[in-house]
Design a protein around this ligand. Structure first.
Ligand SMILES: *[C@@H]1O[C@H](CO)[C@@H](O)[C@H](O)[C@H]1NC(C)=O
Ligand SMILES: *[C@@H]1O[C@H](CO)[C@@H](O)[C@H](O)[C@H]1NC(C)=O
Ligand SMILES: *[C@@H]1O[C@H](CO)[C@@H](O)[C@H](O)[C@H]1NC(C)=O
Ligand SMILES: *[C@@H]1O[C@H](CO)[C@@H](O)[C@H](O)[C@H]1NC(C)=O
Ligand SMILES: *[C@@H]1O[C@H](CO)[C@@H](O)[C@H](O)[C@H]1NC(C)=O
Ligand SMILES: *[C@@H]1O[C@H](CO)[C@@H](O)[C@H](O)[C@H]1NC(C)=O
Length: 452
């Protein structure tokens, strides 16, 4: 349009009377010159007409609104926060919020939405937080959130989604927190999160995932915290976590993992905390934690581990805390802890510790180090049942050298209880050795029994 034609139109618009000041709707309270309008719990079945035009925060919680229609917010371009919690909303009309270009906060939790259609959120270009939790959302159209170019927090928890499609989060470059916990998700398509380059927190707790496939987490370059608790995960493909270069916390608690494979945790060089408790882990492959050079806390309690070797934890040079309680450990070599130079806390309680000669190494290590542990107790032999390991006397361990020493299987520089020795050569030698009584008796007979 030529400038000459625009000018008279603009003047005409200026000359029109401003919209009349609206009185506060009968069922609401308008505070601070209608900056805040409260219409909670008034059995409203629709958004009241005549909300004052300058309203910035509108509270509509606990009503019976079933539908948001396209005329509901005409003229309310000043709104920044809109609260619909606990209504009966099943439908939001296409473009219903299109006038709300300043809205930053929209809360639709505890409603009855079953689908999110594209166009529902058109116009919400300033929206930073959208809360859709506790609905019955099963389907979300590809691109349904496309218009939310500023969104940082998206809460989809407590819904009924079973598949997360790869078109769901296209374009959400600013998203920081995504919560999809407490759904029924069994499938996350490859590359679903590839646009979420700013995502720092991803919550997938309490779903039905069984496998973590290789391309699931592609694109999540700055993800800091990944929650996968309370799923049914049995398998994680090697390298699946590799895109997560910045991840510092990973929770896999309460799943069905049986083995921690070497390669499963590849790429997690920044990981600080790893939660693997309450799984069915009976085996940790040698070197499985080898890349986790920044790991400080490792939770392995409530699993089924019967054995750990010095190679189990090799590479964890910064590990400060380790939980191994409530496993099936009856013995452990002190060399296991020698591989962990930064260790200050370890939990060993509720294991079936067998306080025979095979436990002297642990007993000796417990006396020698400043590492704190919560009083692990013997489970057997019957005479020592429930006695704290630390209270058992050396004689009670019943170490009688019965076999001739086989010196060739022993690292020459190794001393039981020296928690600072972690030379790779020594570890390899220890790892290669067997648990057999022969080897252990040799160590005690040859090294520390005489020195006690
Ligand atoms: C990520 O977020 C920051 C601000 O938190 C922003 O400056 C940056 O542009 C975002 N990255 C992308 C790719 O949008
Ligand atoms: C959850 O998904 C499973 C299939 O994975 C289906 O059988 C079940 O009915 C779903 N449950 C709900 C509550 O939607
Ligand atoms: C616990 O370990 C013992 C060997 O120390 C083994 O015989 C037993 O099968 C294990 N139990 C479970 C439940 O893994
Ligand atoms: C244990 O702690 C004490 C006091 O904090 C300290 O003097 C000692 O050197 C420590 N011993 C070891 C083996 O770290
Ligand atoms: C273990 O030893 C500690 C201190 O030496 C003592 O206080 C405690 O009563 C003992 N516990 C048992 C069950 O013998
Ligand atoms: C423990 O190991 C370190 C390093 O290998 C060594 O310097 C030190 O002498 C050893 N201490 C004992 C008591 O054997």
């Amino acid at each position: 349009m030529p400038v000459r034609a625009v000018l008279p139109v603009a003047l005409l618009l200026l000359a029109l009377p401003r919209p009349p000041v609206r009185a506060c709707p009968a069922s609401c309270r308008c505070l601070d010159d209608a900056d805040r309008v409260h219409c909670e719990a008034k059995s409203l079945t629709r958004v009241p007409h005549s909300i004052p035009f300058n309203t910035r925060r509108l509270f509509l919680e606990s009503n019976k609104i079933a539908e948001v229609t396209s005329g509901d917010f005409v003229g309310l371009g000043s709104l920044t926060q809109l609260y619909f919690t606990a209504n009966h909303i099943t439908r939001i009309a296409y473009g219903a919020f299109s006038t709300l270009s300043r809205l930053t906060y929209l809360d639709v939790k505890h409603n009855r939405m079953s689908a999110i259609r594209s166009g529902m959120f058109v116009g919400l270009t300033s929206l930073k937080r959208l809360i859709l939790s506790s609905n019955t959302i099963r389907n979300i159209d590809d691109g349904a959130f496309n218009d939310l170019t500023s969104i940082e927090n998206l809460d989809l928890s407590y819904n009924a989604m079973s598949v997360v499609n790869s078109g769901m989060f296209v374009g959400l470059h600013n998203l920081k927190n995504l919560d999809m916990s407490f759904n029924n998700i069994s499938i996350v398509r490859s590359n679903t999160f590839r646009h979420l380059v700013n995502l720092s927190f991803l919550n997938l707790n309490n779903n039905r995932l069984t496998n973590i496939k290789p391309k699931t987490f592609v694109g999540l370059e700055v993800l800091d915290n990944l929650r996968l608790e309370q799923n049914r995960i049995v398998k994680i493909t090697n390298g699946a976590f590799r895109p997560l270069e910045k991840l510092s916390t990973l929770s896999l608690r309460s799943n069905r993992l049986k083995t921690v494979t070497s390669g499963m945790l590849d790429g997690l060089e920044n990981l600080n905390q790893l939660e693997l408790f309450i799984n069915r882990i009976s085996r940790v492959e040698d070197g499985a934690f080898g890349h986790l050079v920044n790991l400080r806390i490792l939770w392995l309690d409530w699993n089924k581990m019967s054995e750990v070797s010095p190679l189990t934890f090799s590479g964890l040079t910064k590990l400060d805390s380790l939980t191994l309680n409530n496993n099936n450990l009856s013995r452990i070599r002190a060399g296991v802890f020698d591989a962990l130079p930064s260790l200050t806390k370890v939990r060993l309680t509720s294991n079936p510790w067998n306080c025979n000669c095979g436990l002297v190494e642990l007993w000796n290590w417990m006396k020698d180090t400043n590492i704190t542990y919560k009083t692990p107790r013997c489970a057997s032999p019957p005479a020592l049942k429930d006695v704290p390991i630390a209270n058992v006397s050396l004689a009670e361990f019943d170490c009688v050298p019965t076999e001739a020493p086989d010196v060739t299987t022993l690292p020459t520089d190794w001393h039981g209880g020296n928690s600072t020795s972690s030379a790779p050569g020594g570890l390899a030698a220890l790892g290669a050795g067997r648990w057999g009584l022969v080897g252990l008796v040799v160590v005690w007979a040859g090294t520390f029994i005489p020195s006690l």
